[in-house]
Design a protein around this ligand. Structure first.
Ligand code: FES
Ligand code: FES
Length: 168
C-alpha cells in the first residue's frame, strides 16, 4: 500500500512530461520536487495565500491542495513558462519589476500567474476588478498598492503588443 505509485502524463510549459509518484502528492510538490520547477512557491499549504498559483489549461488555480492526479492530461503553465523564447520577461513580469511590485518576491510567482489569467479574461479591467482579482493572493510586503499598479501597466503593455503573441 505504502509503495503505491501512479503514473501521470501531462504538459508543463509546453513540454510533455511523465512522472510516477505516490498518489498523496500534490501538484505543487510534483512541480517543485519531481520536475525542479521551484518558481511555484508553497506558503500556507492550505489554499489560503495563493503563492502556489499555476495555470491549469489556462485557468489560475492554487496547486498546494490539488492532488497531482488532477494534472493528468492537462496543460500546466508555471512561472518558468512565461518568459519568451529569447528569455525576455513576460509583459506581466516586466510590469511587476517596473512598478516595484516585487519586494521579497515570495508572493510574486503566484501573483503573476493569477494576473496573466486575469488579464486574458479582462484585458481592460477596472480598479475594482483588479483589486478583486488578487483577493486570494497574500502579500506581506507591498501594501497592495504597487501590485494593482503593475496590473494596470501590464494591461496597457499587453494592449499595445502586436496581435498574435503566443499564449500565455
Ligand atoms: Fe497554496 Fe498558500 S501555498 S494557497
Ligand atoms: Fe513579499 Fe509579496 S513581495 S510577500
Amino acid at each position: 500500500m505504502h509503495h503505491e505509485r501512479i503514473e501521470l502524463d501531462f504538459t508543463v510549459n509546453g513540454e510533455p512530461v511523465s512522472v510516477t509518484v505516490p498518489p498523496v502528492r500534490t501538484a505543487a510538490e510534483v512541480l517543485r520536487e519531481e520536475l525542479g520547477l521551484t518558481g511555484t512557491k508553497i506558503g500556507c499549504g492550505e489554499g489560503e495565500c495563493g503563492a502556489c498559483t499555476i495555470l491549469l489549461d489556462g485557468e489560475a488555480v492554487t496547486s498546494c491542495l490539488l492532488p497531482a492526479a488532477r494534472l493528468r492530461g492537462r496543460e500546466v503553465t508555471t512561472i518558468e513558462g512565461l518568459a519568451g523564447p529569447d528569455g525576455a520577461l513576460h509583459p506581466v513580469q516586466q510590469a511587476f519589476v517596473d512598478c516595484g511590485a516585487v519586494q521579497c518576491g515570495f508572493c510574486t510567482p503566484g501573483m503573476v500567474m493569477r494576473t496573466v489569467a486575469f488579464l486574458r479574461e479582462n484585458p481592460d479591467p477596472t480598479d475594482r476588478e483588479i483589486a478583486r482579482s488578487i483577493e486570494g493572493n497574500l502579500c506581506r510586503c507591498t501594501g497592495y498598492v504597487k501590485i494593482p499598479e503593475a496590473t494596470r501597466a501590464a494591461a496597457r503593455a499587453l494592449a499595445a503588443e502586436p496581435a498574435g503573441r503566443p499564449a500565455p
